[in-house]
Design a binder for this molecule. Structure first.
Ligand code: AMP
Ligand code: FE
Ligand code: FE
Ligand code: ZN
Length: 291
């Protein structure tokens, strides 16, 4: 029997994905996955629905979240895994971060308007519901309005870092987020590092609480994956992998279909074991009302 496969990085419309969380679980079942980690940007709001549907279908849903933090090269994405979504500290932190995303979307729309682009904040907001607002929501409006040919064009001309519609997010430090993640019983995995981060820099990040590295990701070449595996082995970091799926829209090489990468369930089991060990070692506080 082939080993069961998992996908430890994907998004729902709780952030910038295209589908409701329950549909993500449904698609995971369709892709033959044993488990997924739902890792929406700056929210765990989709986890409950995805987990409920997952339980019905026999797909495990690991509660996750993708945080953005400061890095020597700009921005680093950290996947928090095995989080406890109802935890008050986590909820407060994420609510503050989402409020900042809201203000930033407003600023991006203003910039675009000054450039003469026909776009209204209402369009962006209505596409996001009460989810975490991000550049993809702005990009989708640019595509709908015919300003951009597709998402890549919207990022390439307006929304990519350094482009005229781009606005920085206020970023927490890595230490702030790893401390939070550990405080709510989870582990922190560096997402899609690509060629960023020398071994020395990753060691420094590890000193600040990093538990693992996402080695398998659609943006990683085989050589990049190997480089990260080697570093993870040398530093004793856990490894992870996922598609970074956001939906059906073609987003270029940085995203793949749900379950399209080969991530064996053993990786999830090892991450979970790492989580158990570190939680025990750190004596993490338990949230109210959970065993
Ligand atoms: P934000 O967190 O609001 O800065 O938005 C970052 C998100 O935008 C990423 O998670 C991707 O989903 C998406 N994204 C970034 N660059 C591109 C791109 N070139 N094409 C399509 N989507 C992108
Ligand atoms: Fe995204
Ligand atoms: Fe990311
Ligand atoms: Zn992601």
């Amino acid at each position: 029997m082939p080993t069961a496969r998992v996908d430890l990085h994907c998004h729902s419309w709780a952030s910038d994905g295209e589908y409701p969380p329950a549909e993500v679980a449904h698609r995971a079942k369709g892709a033959g996955l044993a488990a997924i980690a739902l890792t929406d940007h700056d929210t765990t709001d989709g986890v409950e629905d995805a987990a409920r549907e997952g339980a019905r279908l026999g797909v495990r849903v690991v509660p996750g979240c993708e945080f953005s933090v400061k890095a020597p090269w700009g921005e680093l994405h950290l996947l928090g895994l095995f989080l406890r979504p109802g935890h008050r500290r986590l909820a407060e932190f994420l609510a503050t971060t989402r409020a900042a995303r809201w203000r930033r979307a407003e600023q991006m729309v203003q910039r675009l308007q000054r450039l003469g682009v026909d776009i209204e904040l209402e369009d962006v907001v209505s596409g996001a519901g009460d989810g975490a607002l991000g550049r993809p929501h702005v990009a989708r409006v640019l595509v709908e309005r015919g300003v951009s040919a597709d998402m890549s064009d919207a990022f390439g001309r307006y929304l990519g870092r350094g482009k005229p519609g781009y606005v920085e997010k206020p970023l927490p430090t890595l230490g702030q987020v790893t401390e939070l993640v550990h405080g709510v019983g989870g582990i922190a995995v560096a997402a899609h590092l690509g060629d960023h981060g020398t071994e020395g820099q990753i060691r420094e990040v590890q000193r600040q609480g990093l538990d693992g590295v996402e080695v398998r990701h659609p943006s990683h070449s085989a050589a990049t994956e190997q480089r990260l595996i080697t570093i993870a082995e040398r530093l004793g970091l856990a490894i992870s992998g996922g598609s970074d799926w956001h939906g059906d829209t073609e987003l270029g090489g940085a995203h793949a279909g749900l379950g399209e990468l080969d991530v064996p369930i053993e990786w999830l089991e090892r991450l979970e074991e790492r989580c158990r060990q570190t939680t025990r070692a750190r004596g993490s506080e338990r949230p109210e009302g959970t065993p």
